[in-house]
Design a protein around this ligand. Structure first.
Ligand SMILES: CC(C)(COP(=O)(O)OP(=O)(O)OC[C@H]1O[C@@H](n2cnc3c(N)ncnc32)[C@H](O)[C@@H]1OP(=O)(O)O)[C@@H](O)C(=O)NCCC(=O)NCCS
Length: 296
C-alpha cells in the first residue's frame, strides 16, 4: 500500500474510482466525480493535499482538500479549509484504508499550517481521526438555525487553539461554491456523465432524503419518481409532476404552491403539529425557490 500525490495521468482513473465509491450512496447516482474533475482547476484546490492510495497495481483510494471560509458574526471572513470527496474503491472498503489515507492527509495538512477543518460527513467514520460535532467549537452550518443539531457537520482543530489564536469565538461555515458545480452546470455534468459506462441509478434506504424538485413531495421509492422520455426513471421529480420526459402541468411556481395547498390535509397526516393552509403556503414560498424547477 502506497500513498502519493495525484498526477495528471491518474485523473480519469481517480474519477472512475470516485464515481464507483459514491454511486447510489447518498442519492441516486452521484456527482462527486464531476466535482473532482472541475475542482482541479479551481483556485480553492490544494494540489499539495491531493492524494491517491495504490494497492495491487491500481489506485484504490483518493482524497482532496479545498480552501474555504468562515463568516464571523460581524460579517468579516477568515480563511479556513475543508476536504472531500474522499473515496475508497468499494471492494477495498471497511479494511482500514480510508482511515489510513485520511490520517496521512491530515498529517500533511498540519505540516502545511492548516489549523482547522470543517466538513460534512458521517461521524462514525470521521470520529476515528479526531473529528467531532462542529457545534462544540461554536461553528455553525450555513443552512441550519444556529441552535439546531447538525449531526453531519463536523470539525477539528488540527493545530490546537487555532480558532482562539485567530480570534474566532463563533462563526458560520458555507461550503465552497465548487462543491455545487453539478447543480450550477447541469448540461456540462450530463455531458461529462455520458462519457462513463452507463450505471443504474437507484433510490435506496439510507440515502439522504430526496424530494420532488417541482412540488417538494418526499421521494421514498422508485415508484414515487417520474419518467424520462425513454421510459427510464427520473429521480428529480415525482410521478405526478413529470411523465415521459415532460412536466405534467405548465405551472408557474405560484400556481404550483396554490395547487399543493389543496393537499394540506394529506400533509398534516404526517406532521406531529398540524399546519393551517396559510402556514403551509408560507412554508412553500420559502422552500420552493430552492427547488430545481423554480431556482432562478
Ligand atoms: C467513507 C470511506 C472513505 C471510508 O473508508 P473505508 O476504508 O471504507 O473505512 P475504514 O475501514 O478505514 O473505516 C474505519 C472505521 O470507520 C467507520 N466507518 C467507515 N465507513 C463507515 C460508514 N460508511 N458508516 C459508518 N461507519 C463507518 C467504522 O467504524 C470503521 O471501522 P470498522 O470497519 O472496523 O467498523 C469509504 O467507505 C467510501 O469511499 N465510501 C463511499 C464514499 C463516501 O461516503 N465518502 C465519504 C463522504 S463524507
Amino acid at each position: 500500500m502506497n500513498i502519493r500525490l495525484e498526477r495528471p495521468e491518474d485523473y480519469r482513473e481517480v474519477e472512475i474510482l470516485t464515481r464507483e465509491a459514491f454511486w447510489n450512496v447518498y442519492r441516486p447516482g452521484c456527482t462527486e466525480h464531476f466535482v473532482l474533475n472541475q475542482y482541479r482547476s479551481n483556485p480553492d484546490f490544494i494540489p499539495e493535499l491531493d492524494f491517491v492510495m495504490e494497492e495491487d497495481g491500481r489506485i484504490v483510494g483518493h482524497v482532496m482538500f479545498s480552501k474555504a471560509e468562515l463568516v464571523l458574526n460581524d460579517g468579516s471572513r477568515k480563511p479556513s479549509w475543508t476536504f472531500g470527496p474522499i473515496s475508497i474503491l468499494p471492494e477495498y472498503q471497511r479494511n482500514g484504508k480510508g482511515l489510513r489515507l485520511l490520517q496521512h492527509a491530515l498529517g500533511k495538512a498540519r505540516e502545511l499550517g492548516i489549523g482547522f477543518l470543517c466538513m460534512e460527513g458521517k461521524i462514525d467514520f470521521y470520529k476515528h481521526s479526531g473529528f467531532d460535532l462542529a457545534s462544540k467549537l461554536n461553528i455553525h452550518y450555513h443552512s441550519e438555525p444556529k441552535d439546531a443539531p447538525v449531526p453531519f457537520f463536523l470539525a477539528q482543530e488540527l493545530i490546537p487553539g487555532w480558532l482562539r489564536d485567530n480570534g474566532i469565538a463563533e462563526a458560520t461555515y458555507c461550503p465552497p461554491k465548487g462543491y455545487f458545480v453539478a447543480d450550477a452546470q447541469p448540461e456540462a455534468f450530463a455531458a461529462y456523465e455520458a462519457s462513463f459506462p452507463a450505471k443504474e441509478k437507484d433510490l435506496l434506504p439510507g440515502q439522504l432524503p430526496q424530494f420532488c424538485q417541482s412540488c417538494g413531495m418526499p421521494l421514498t421509492s422508485k415508484e414515487d419518481c417520474g419518467t424520462n422520455a425513454d421510459g427510464s426513471t427520473n429521480f428529480d421529480y415525482c410521478r405526478y409532476c413529470f411523465k415521459d420526459g415532460k412536466f405534467t402541468q405548465d405551472f408557474t411556481m405560484d400556481q404550483m404552491i396554490e395547487f399543493c395547498s389543496e393537499f394540506i390535509d394529506e400533509v398534516n397526516k404526517g406532521l406531529p403539529q398540524p399546519m393551517t393552509k396559510e402556514q403551509y403556503v408560507q412554508m412553500m414560498r420559502g422552500y420552493f425557490p430552492m427547488l430545481k424547477r423554480w431556482k432562478k
